[in-house]
Design a protein around this ligand. Sequence first.
Ligand code: SF4
Ligand code: SF4
Length: 167
Amino acid sequence: MVKMFIESMKNLVSKPETIKYPFEPSPEPKGYRGLIIYNEEHCIFCDKCENICPPGAIKFEVVDIKSGKKQYNYNPYLCIYCGACVSVCPKVNEALMQSEKRMPPLGRAVYKEEGLGYFIKEIDNPKELERKWGELEIRAKESREKLSVYKKQQRLKKQAAKKEASS
Ligand code: SF4
Ligand code: SF4
């Protein structure tokens, strides 16, 4: 009886074992495949993550044709959290890592987290997300084409200059 009383008193002051779902989200289990986090400082822009991504949730856009500077864009609402991009990254856990953080549902606001790339930073209204991603895909493709044309022109110019110098 005394033991039961002590146990009841302990339970009265101790933290509950259960969580207040749905008011509190349930914690992610260890090793949960969550959001992909990117660090531009360590990226070597090899495009391997973009090429392997099954739903096309990573897109690099060339933002300066002359220098070839690219920007990483990630759509966490398109991502299927397979981890393929991280497995293929030569700078794994430096440029790209898979966190254990769950993606909150797309509600009234778009979830913004450090390391999610440029695309998410520019989205203020969730209704714009799909349309803006579509626009980005077109822009990214066009920027690659422009870069390839620019590189070809530069190569031809160099060849012409070499030819002229040797004649
Ligand atoms: S986890 Fe899979 S779906 Fe998500 S960005 Fe990486 S490769 Fe693409
Ligand atoms: S695979 Fe890694 S290093 Fe290559 S572009 Fe993607 S993030 Fe950068």
